[in-house]
Write a protein that binds this ligand. Structure first.
Ligand code: FHN
Length: 480
């Protein structure tokens, strides 16, 4: 257990007393301070014995579905006839829409076509192993039945249903893990929340006057408790934009809540204190292997929340490349959909994700639970002749192949099919067999090895246009 973990494991006594009084619709059995709960959505998992045990499912999963869904799906990028620049879920901020006007969207939000089963089925078809949905984004609107604020989908919309309850149940049926995005700091609806400076005073003033801490105590913290107490096992909480989190133990209070209510629940890297894993910048894939747990949150087009006119879809080829690229560097890929105000996931999102899922059906062995490349030269190199935005040598990525690993196996992902043979150096151990993962018979390909240099003869055409996986069984996985 590292420093962060032990700090994060400190339960707050006051918090314990509060949560005992929380209505959570679950049976509790208490044993010497340890709480085991069984809910209709499955058991709340006990505290993991180690950080490795805690991270095990995340390291296996590799591929998750992010869902940005909220009132912003109603304007869908257009306000009073004008297309608003930027990401769709930021429309309230970008168009400086007053709270009183934005609130009116709740009356129009009636996603009658929402079907939790279909959404989760799509995630399963795409080969995704966990789902993270916006329970409250920066606009402050809760997408579940919150007792802490009436500004929520059950109390404030004609829909009146709790889609997060329905999704939690569907995820339990499909054995897909379920987590929540929660905007802990920015809340443009509340006078004390960060971010809304068009209706309310500047953030620094809210922090000084106590308004911000009041917002945290009266809305954000109770809502995070509700989410952890009422929706079965929560695999992770995805906090975001850590404004003003670094004083008064603000971030620590969220950590205590998570650890007390669901000690197995992961905390992402954007709370404002060290979480269980690193979240990269949006759509930011590192150039090289990172030897820690990490995840890339990413879009399928250019927005997170639905925008009716954003058709800039990434192709399935690109998505498979990015997934493999990320796994080959040791990370997870959390890929977003922005459902419409009717409750539908845009068809191009569905189609492209399902195509990735078809590739994973054949090649999933090379992704789920796979480790990073032992090589590195295939990723690219900094070019001293070219400068990046900061004036450093620009990294020139190579895209011909990537490598993922499991003990005794190298998975060579070929994006550009080499003529005749594939050659690689610095292979540790002896290659005992080579075959294509797409070949169900695993017919052995001809291998020549001279010390650490390996040449594998390939057929003339690739079995998969997007990424053909060449498997090398070795007596040792890592390289020199
Ligand atoms: O401001 C948010 C944005 O709306 C979106 O939720 C992304 C997802 O990673 N996070 C923030 C920006 O980084």
């Amino acid at each position: 257990m590292n420093d962060t973990t032990s700090r994060m494991a400190r339960p707050a006594l006051a918090l314990l007393l509060t949560i005992i009084s929380l209505h959570c619709g679950c049976a509790e059995i208490k044993t010497m301070g340890k709480t085991d709960k069984t809910t209709e959505l499955g058991p709340i998992l006990p505290a993991p014995a180690s950080q490795d045990e805690k991270m095990a499912w995340f390291r296996e999963a590799k591929f998750g579905l992010f869902i940005h869904w909220g009132l912003y799906a109603v304007p869908a990028g257009t306000w009073k006839g004008k297309q608003i620049n930027g990401i769709g879920e930021w429309i309230m901020n970008r168009a400086k829409i007053p709270v009183k006007e934005y609130e009116q969207l709740a009356g129009q939000f009636n996603p009658v076509k929402f079907n939790a089963e279909q959404w989760v089925q799509m995630a399963e078809d795409a080969g995704m192993k966990y789902i993270v949905i916006t329970s409250k984004h920066h606009d402050g609107f809760a997408m579940y039945g919150s007792k802490a604020s009436k500004y929520n989908i059950v109390d404030a919309t004609p829909f009146k249903r709790d889609p997060l309850k329905e999704l939690a149940a569907a995820c339990a049926r499909h054995h897909i893990r379920f987590g929540f995005y929660y905007s802990q700091s920015q809340d443009w609806h509340e006078p004390g929340g960060a971010g809304n400076t068009w209706d309310f005073p500047p953030d620094a003033e809210k922090s000084k006057s106590g308004a911000y801490d009041r917002y945290l105590r009266e809305k954000a913290e109770p809502q995070v408790k509700e989410l952890l107490a009422g929706y079965g096992p929560v695999c992770l909480i995805w906090f975001d934009t850590a404004r003003m989190m670094d004083v008064n133990d603000r971030a620590q209070r969220f950590i205590d809540i998570v650890h007390t209510l669901q000690p197995a629940c992961l905390i992402d890297g954007r709370l404002g204190a060290t979480g269980d894993y690193r979240s990269t910048g949006d759509n930011q894939i590192p150039h090289t292997v990172l030897r820690e747990d990490w995840e890339v949150p990413a879009t399928l087009n250019d927005t997170w929340g639905y925008k009716s006119y954003d058709h800039h879809w990434k192709t399935p080829e690109d998505l498979v490349f990015k997934l493999v690229d990320i796994v080959s560097k040791g990370g997870n890929y959390l890929l977003n959909v922005g459902p419409t105000a009717e409750g539908l996931i845009p068809q191009p999102s569905q189609d492209n994700l399902r195509t990735v899922g078809q590739w994973l059906k054949v090649n999933g062995e090379a992704i789920y639970g796979a480790g990073p490349t032992p090589f590195g030269e295939e990723l690219g190199t900094p070019d001293p002749e070219k400068k990046d935005a900061r004036g450093n040598p620009a990294f020139v990525a190579k895209t011909d192949w990537r490598c993922t690993t499991k003990p005794g196996r190298l998975y060579i992902h070929l994006f550009a099919w080499p003529a005749g043979s594939f050659e690689v150096s610095k292979v540790n151990g002896k290659v005992t067999k080579a075959f294509l993962l797409a070949d169900l018979g695993h017919k052995a390909l001809k291998v020549q090895q001279e010390n650490d240099h390996v040449t594998v003869s390939l057929p003339a055409a690739p079995p998969d246009k997007m990424d053909s996986v060449l498997v090398l069984n070795t007596t040792d996985a890592p390289v020199k």
